[in-house]
Design a protein around this ligand. Structure first.
Ligand code: SF4
Length: 337
Protein backbone atom coordinates (compact mmCIF):
# COMPACT_ATOMS: atom_id res chain seq x y z
CA UNK A 1 0.00 0.00 0.00
CA UNK A 2 2.80 2.45 0.87
CA UNK A 3 6.04 2.73 -1.05
CA UNK A 4 8.04 4.62 1.56
CA UNK A 5 7.23 5.31 5.18
CA UNK A 6 8.86 8.43 6.61
CA UNK A 7 9.02 8.45 10.37
CA UNK A 8 10.17 11.23 12.68
CA UNK A 9 13.38 10.30 14.47
CA UNK A 10 12.09 10.81 18.02
CA UNK A 11 9.12 8.53 17.29
CA UNK A 12 10.83 5.79 15.27
CA UNK A 13 11.32 3.41 18.18
CA UNK A 14 8.02 4.07 19.94
CA UNK A 15 5.55 1.23 20.29
CA UNK A 16 2.95 3.12 18.27
CA UNK A 17 5.26 3.76 15.32
CA UNK A 18 6.69 0.22 15.42
CA UNK A 19 3.23 -1.28 15.38
CA UNK A 20 2.36 0.67 12.21
CA UNK A 21 5.72 -0.02 10.55
CA UNK A 22 5.33 -3.74 11.23
CA UNK A 23 2.12 -3.76 9.24
CA UNK A 24 4.04 -2.75 6.09
CA UNK A 25 7.12 -5.00 6.04
CA UNK A 26 7.77 -4.32 2.35
CA UNK A 27 7.81 -0.53 2.57
CA UNK A 28 11.09 1.40 2.59
CA UNK A 29 11.55 3.21 5.86
CA UNK A 30 13.25 6.60 6.03
CA UNK A 31 13.93 8.37 9.29
CA UNK A 32 13.41 12.16 9.14
CA UNK A 33 13.68 15.03 11.59
CA UNK A 34 10.23 16.40 10.99
CA UNK A 35 7.27 15.70 8.70
CA UNK A 36 7.20 19.41 7.83
CA UNK A 37 10.68 19.13 6.28
CA UNK A 38 9.55 16.58 3.69
CA UNK A 39 5.77 16.29 3.32
CA UNK A 40 4.53 18.41 0.43
CA UNK A 41 7.91 20.03 -0.12
CA UNK A 42 8.01 18.71 -3.64
CA UNK A 43 4.62 19.15 -5.25
CA UNK A 44 3.05 15.81 -6.08
CA UNK A 45 -0.04 15.70 -8.29
CA UNK A 46 -3.16 14.51 -6.51
CA UNK A 47 -3.83 11.60 -8.86
CA UNK A 48 -0.38 10.20 -8.33
CA UNK A 49 -1.95 8.54 -5.29
CA UNK A 50 -3.15 5.91 -7.78
CA UNK A 51 0.42 4.81 -8.48
CA UNK A 52 2.51 5.61 -5.44
CA UNK A 53 1.55 6.63 -1.99
CA UNK A 54 3.89 7.36 0.89
CA UNK A 55 3.11 7.44 4.56
CA UNK A 56 4.43 9.90 7.11
CA UNK A 57 4.40 9.25 10.85
CA UNK A 58 4.91 12.32 12.96
CA UNK A 59 3.79 14.55 15.76
CA UNK A 60 1.04 17.13 15.24
CA UNK A 61 2.32 20.51 16.25
CA UNK A 62 0.53 23.81 16.60
CA UNK A 63 -3.22 23.89 17.14
CA UNK A 64 -4.52 20.43 17.91
CA UNK A 65 -8.21 21.26 18.22
CA UNK A 66 -9.90 23.87 16.04
CA UNK A 67 -13.30 25.50 16.07
CA UNK A 68 -15.28 24.11 13.16
CA UNK A 69 -16.72 26.45 10.54
CA UNK A 70 -20.39 27.41 10.69
CA UNK A 71 -22.85 24.85 9.42
CA UNK A 72 -20.46 22.08 10.33
CA UNK A 73 -22.71 20.01 12.50
CA UNK A 74 -26.00 20.11 14.35
CA UNK A 75 -26.72 23.73 15.08
CA UNK A 76 -26.95 25.29 18.49
CA UNK A 77 -23.86 23.67 20.00
CA UNK A 78 -20.16 24.43 19.63
CA UNK A 79 -18.31 22.23 17.16
CA UNK A 80 -14.61 21.49 17.00
CA UNK A 81 -12.45 19.20 14.98
CA UNK A 82 -9.15 17.63 15.86
CA UNK A 83 -6.47 16.66 13.45
CA UNK A 84 -4.86 13.27 13.72
CA UNK A 85 -4.20 12.66 10.04
CA UNK A 86 -3.86 14.33 6.66
CA UNK A 87 -5.20 12.84 3.46
CA UNK A 88 -7.14 9.75 2.62
CA UNK A 89 -6.76 6.38 0.90
CA UNK A 90 -10.03 6.91 -0.98
CA UNK A 91 -10.50 9.08 -4.03
CA UNK A 92 -13.84 10.85 -4.08
CA UNK A 93 -13.84 13.06 -7.14
CA UNK A 94 -15.37 16.00 -5.23
CA UNK A 95 -12.95 15.67 -2.31
CA UNK A 96 -11.91 18.95 -0.72
CA UNK A 97 -8.45 17.49 -0.11
CA UNK A 98 -7.60 17.88 -3.81
CA UNK A 99 -5.18 20.70 -3.91
CA UNK A 100 -5.42 21.33 -0.18
CA UNK A 101 -2.00 19.94 0.57
CA UNK A 102 0.77 19.83 -1.97
CA UNK A 103 0.75 16.06 -1.80
CA UNK A 104 -1.79 13.23 -1.53
CA UNK A 105 0.60 11.24 0.70
CA UNK A 106 -0.89 10.17 4.01
CA UNK A 107 0.28 11.69 7.28
CA UNK A 108 -0.61 10.02 10.55
CA UNK A 109 0.06 11.88 13.76
CA UNK A 110 0.94 9.81 16.77
CA UNK A 111 0.71 12.24 19.70
CA UNK A 112 -2.84 11.24 20.57
CA UNK A 113 -2.34 11.81 24.30
CA UNK A 114 -1.65 15.48 23.66
CA UNK A 115 -4.62 15.75 21.32
CA UNK A 116 -6.82 14.08 23.96
CA UNK A 117 -5.58 16.48 26.65
CA UNK A 118 -6.46 19.43 24.46
CA UNK A 119 -9.90 18.01 23.68
CA UNK A 120 -10.54 17.59 27.40
CA UNK A 121 -9.41 21.14 28.14
CA UNK A 122 -11.71 22.62 25.50
CA UNK A 123 -14.58 20.33 26.51
CA UNK A 124 -14.34 21.45 30.14
CA UNK A 125 -14.42 25.11 29.17
CA UNK A 126 -17.53 24.52 27.09
CA UNK A 127 -19.18 22.48 29.82
CA UNK A 128 -18.63 25.34 32.26
CA UNK A 129 -20.53 27.57 29.85
CA UNK A 130 -23.39 25.05 29.87
CA UNK A 131 -22.72 23.81 26.34
CA UNK A 132 -22.49 20.34 24.85
CA UNK A 133 -19.33 20.50 22.76
CA UNK A 134 -18.93 18.29 19.70
CA UNK A 135 -15.58 17.04 18.49
CA UNK A 136 -15.21 15.73 14.96
CA UNK A 137 -12.41 13.39 14.00
CA UNK A 138 -10.98 13.42 10.55
CA UNK A 139 -11.47 16.87 9.08
CA UNK A 140 -8.58 16.06 6.75
CA UNK A 141 -9.05 12.31 6.45
CA UNK A 142 -11.59 9.55 6.90
CA UNK A 143 -12.12 8.76 10.60
CA UNK A 144 -12.21 4.98 10.31
CA UNK A 145 -10.62 3.94 7.01
CA UNK A 146 -7.20 3.23 8.54
CA UNK A 147 -8.24 2.74 12.17
CA UNK A 148 -7.20 -0.94 12.13
CA UNK A 149 -3.66 0.22 11.31
CA UNK A 150 -3.42 3.38 13.36
CA UNK A 151 -4.95 1.89 16.48
CA UNK A 152 -5.91 5.16 18.19
CA UNK A 153 -9.65 4.59 18.53
CA UNK A 154 -9.48 3.06 21.99
CA UNK A 155 -7.69 6.15 23.35
CA UNK A 156 -10.42 8.49 22.12
CA UNK A 157 -13.02 6.02 23.33
CA UNK A 158 -11.47 6.11 26.82
CA UNK A 159 -11.42 9.88 26.80
CA UNK A 160 -15.03 10.31 25.73
CA UNK A 161 -16.11 7.62 28.19
CA UNK A 162 -14.65 9.91 30.89
CA UNK A 163 -16.27 13.09 29.53
CA UNK A 164 -19.83 12.02 28.68
CA UNK A 165 -20.92 15.67 28.47
CA UNK A 166 -18.96 16.01 25.20
CA UNK A 167 -19.72 14.27 21.91
CA UNK A 168 -17.39 12.62 19.47
CA UNK A 169 -18.32 12.17 15.83
CA UNK A 170 -16.44 9.57 13.79
CA UNK A 171 -17.32 10.32 10.18
CA UNK A 172 -16.60 7.74 7.54
CA UNK A 173 -17.22 6.31 4.11
CA UNK A 174 -15.51 3.09 5.08
CA UNK A 175 -16.91 -0.20 6.28
CA UNK A 176 -13.92 -0.70 8.52
CA UNK A 177 -15.71 -1.19 11.81
CA UNK A 178 -13.73 -4.01 13.40
CA UNK A 179 -11.81 -1.75 15.85
CA UNK A 180 -15.05 -0.03 16.83
CA UNK A 181 -16.89 -3.31 17.33
CA UNK A 182 -14.30 -4.27 19.91
CA UNK A 183 -15.27 -1.26 22.04
CA UNK A 184 -18.44 -0.88 24.11
CA UNK A 185 -21.02 1.54 22.69
CA UNK A 186 -21.23 4.98 24.27
CA UNK A 187 -24.11 7.39 23.91
CA UNK A 188 -21.76 10.28 23.18
CA UNK A 189 -19.63 8.50 20.55
CA UNK A 190 -21.50 8.67 17.28
CA UNK A 191 -20.33 6.98 14.11
CA UNK A 192 -21.66 8.72 11.05
CA UNK A 193 -21.73 7.23 7.60
CA UNK A 194 -21.86 9.27 4.41
CA UNK A 195 -24.26 7.59 2.02
CA UNK A 196 -25.23 8.23 -1.58
CA UNK A 197 -27.25 6.17 -4.05
CA UNK A 198 -25.26 3.13 -5.21
CA UNK A 199 -24.57 4.47 -8.71
CA UNK A 200 -23.29 7.76 -7.31
CA UNK A 201 -20.88 5.93 -5.03
CA UNK A 202 -19.57 3.98 -8.01
CA UNK A 203 -19.16 7.10 -10.12
CA UNK A 204 -17.96 9.60 -7.55
CA UNK A 205 -16.69 7.91 -4.38
CA UNK A 206 -13.84 6.16 -6.13
CA UNK A 207 -12.10 3.35 -4.24
CA UNK A 208 -14.54 3.52 -1.34
CA UNK A 209 -16.65 0.60 -0.06
CA UNK A 210 -19.92 0.10 -1.93
CA UNK A 211 -23.30 1.17 -0.57
CA UNK A 212 -23.99 -2.46 0.30
CA UNK A 213 -20.80 -2.72 2.37
CA UNK A 214 -21.52 0.53 4.19
CA UNK A 215 -25.09 -0.57 4.93
CA UNK A 216 -23.79 -3.87 6.27
CA UNK A 217 -21.42 -1.99 8.57
CA UNK A 218 -24.27 0.24 9.78
CA UNK A 219 -26.41 -2.82 10.50
CA UNK A 220 -23.68 -4.47 12.55
CA UNK A 221 -22.92 -1.39 14.60
CA UNK A 222 -26.59 -0.58 15.18
CA UNK A 223 -27.14 -4.13 16.43
CA UNK A 224 -24.38 -3.54 18.94
CA UNK A 225 -26.11 -0.30 20.02
CA UNK A 226 -23.45 2.05 18.74
CA UNK A 227 -25.12 5.39 18.00
CA UNK A 228 -25.30 6.00 14.25
CA UNK A 229 -25.70 9.20 12.25
CA UNK A 230 -26.06 9.54 8.49
CA UNK A 231 -24.86 12.16 6.05
CA UNK A 232 -26.49 12.46 2.66
CA UNK A 233 -23.70 14.74 1.65
CA UNK A 234 -22.76 15.60 -1.01
CA UNK A 235 -25.95 15.18 -2.97
CA UNK A 236 -25.10 15.19 -6.68
CA UNK A 237 -28.03 16.03 -8.89
CA UNK A 238 -29.28 13.95 -11.78
CA UNK A 239 -32.73 13.56 -13.33
CA UNK A 240 -33.52 10.51 -11.22
CA UNK A 241 -32.27 11.86 -7.90
CA UNK A 242 -35.65 11.86 -6.16
CA UNK A 243 -36.31 8.20 -6.91
CA UNK A 244 -32.75 7.26 -6.03
CA UNK A 245 -32.96 8.95 -2.64
CA UNK A 246 -36.37 7.37 -1.99
CA UNK A 247 -34.74 4.00 -2.56
CA UNK A 248 -31.67 4.90 -0.49
CA UNK A 249 -33.84 5.94 2.47
CA UNK A 250 -35.73 2.63 2.28
CA UNK A 251 -32.46 0.66 2.15
CA UNK A 252 -31.07 2.65 5.05
CA UNK A 253 -34.13 2.05 7.21
CA UNK A 254 -33.92 -1.67 6.56
CA UNK A 255 -30.62 -1.79 8.44
CA UNK A 256 -31.07 1.16 10.77
CA UNK A 257 -34.32 1.30 12.72
CA UNK A 258 -35.74 4.81 13.26
CA UNK A 259 -35.00 4.81 16.97
CA UNK A 260 -31.34 4.04 16.37
CA UNK A 261 -30.80 6.93 13.98
CA UNK A 262 -29.27 9.84 15.88
CA UNK A 263 -29.52 12.39 13.09
CA UNK A 264 -29.28 12.74 9.35
CA UNK A 265 -27.72 15.67 7.54
CA UNK A 266 -28.33 16.59 3.92
CA UNK A 267 -25.97 18.77 1.91
CA UNK A 268 -25.65 19.56 -1.76
CA UNK A 269 -22.29 19.24 -3.54
CA UNK A 270 -20.13 22.36 -3.24
CA UNK A 271 -16.52 23.29 -3.83
CA UNK A 272 -14.12 26.01 -2.91
CA UNK A 273 -12.78 27.78 -5.98
CA UNK A 274 -9.44 25.93 -5.73
CA UNK A 275 -11.00 22.52 -5.35
CA UNK A 276 -13.28 23.21 -8.28
CA UNK A 277 -10.26 23.97 -10.46
CA UNK A 278 -8.75 20.66 -9.36
CA UNK A 279 -11.95 18.76 -10.12
CA UNK A 280 -11.97 20.19 -13.65
CA UNK A 281 -8.37 19.17 -14.09
CA UNK A 282 -8.52 15.74 -12.47
CA UNK A 283 -12.00 14.61 -13.52
CA UNK A 284 -12.91 16.55 -16.69
CA UNK A 285 -15.56 14.01 -17.69
CA UNK A 286 -17.16 13.78 -14.29
CA UNK A 287 -20.91 14.21 -13.95
CA UNK A 288 -20.14 16.81 -11.31
CA UNK A 289 -19.43 19.17 -14.17
CA UNK A 290 -22.46 18.29 -16.24
CA UNK A 291 -24.95 20.48 -14.33
CA UNK A 292 -24.50 24.22 -14.27
CA UNK A 293 -22.66 25.45 -11.20
CA UNK A 294 -22.28 29.02 -10.07
CA UNK A 295 -19.97 30.94 -7.80
CA UNK A 296 -22.15 31.83 -4.84
CA UNK A 297 -22.21 34.32 -1.97
CA UNK A 298 -19.16 32.95 -0.13
CA UNK A 299 -17.03 32.25 -3.19
CA UNK A 300 -17.90 28.54 -3.19
CA UNK A 301 -19.06 26.88 -6.38
CA UNK A 302 -22.53 25.30 -6.16
CA UNK A 303 -25.81 24.75 -7.96
CA UNK A 304 -27.87 27.93 -8.03
CA UNK A 305 -29.85 28.75 -4.89
CA UNK A 306 -33.35 27.76 -6.09
CA UNK A 307 -31.95 24.41 -7.24
CA UNK A 308 -30.15 23.83 -3.94
CA UNK A 309 -33.26 24.63 -1.95
CA UNK A 310 -35.37 22.41 -4.17
CA UNK A 311 -32.98 19.45 -3.83
CA UNK A 312 -32.77 19.86 -0.05
CA UNK A 313 -36.50 20.24 0.43
CA UNK A 314 -37.23 17.27 -1.85
CA UNK A 315 -34.97 15.01 0.21
CA UNK A 316 -36.30 16.40 3.49
CA UNK A 317 -39.81 15.62 2.31
CA UNK A 318 -38.77 12.05 1.46
CA UNK A 319 -37.28 11.63 4.94
CA UNK A 320 -40.41 12.98 6.61
CA UNK A 321 -42.56 10.66 4.51
CA UNK A 322 -40.40 7.79 5.73
CA UNK A 323 -41.39 8.83 9.28
CA UNK A 324 -38.01 10.22 10.26
CA UNK A 325 -38.56 12.77 13.02
CA UNK A 326 -38.06 16.30 11.81
CA UNK A 327 -35.79 17.08 14.80
CA UNK A 328 -33.36 14.49 13.46
CA UNK A 329 -33.08 16.06 10.02
CA UNK A 330 -30.43 18.67 9.51
CA UNK A 331 -30.04 20.55 6.25
CA UNK A 332 -26.58 21.96 5.50
CA UNK A 333 -27.63 25.44 4.44
CA UNK A 334 -24.53 27.52 4.58
CA UNK A 335 -26.44 30.50 3.22
CA UNK A 336 -29.42 30.24 5.49
CA UNK A 337 -30.26 33.18 7.72
S1 SF4 B 1 -13.63 9.74 2.06
FE1 SF4 B 1 -13.65 11.92 2.51
S2 SF4 B 1 -11.52 12.47 2.79
FE2 SF4 B 1 -11.55 10.49 1.74
S3 SF4 B 1 -11.44 10.95 -0.46
FE3 SF4 B 1 -13.61 10.81 0.10
S4 SF4 B 1 -14.25 12.91 0.59
FE4 SF4 B 1 -12.00 12.84 0.63
Amino acid sequence: MFETIFVEKHLASTKRARSILNKFPKANVTVIESVDDVFGKVKKPYLQKRETLNLFLGEKKGTLVKAAPDAYGLSGEPHYYFIHAYNCIYECNYCYLQGYFHSPDIVIFLNHEEICQEIERVALLEQEKGNTPWFHAGEFSDSLALSHITGELSLYHDLFSRIPYAKLELRTKSANIKPLKDLPPRENIITTFSLSPADKIKKNDLKTPSLKARLRAIKELAKLDHPIGIHFDPVVYDDGFEEKYRELIAEMLEVLPHEKLEYISVGVVRFTKNVFEQVKKNYPKSELLSTELIKSFDGKVRYNRPMRLWILSTIKELLLKASIAKEKIYLCMEDED
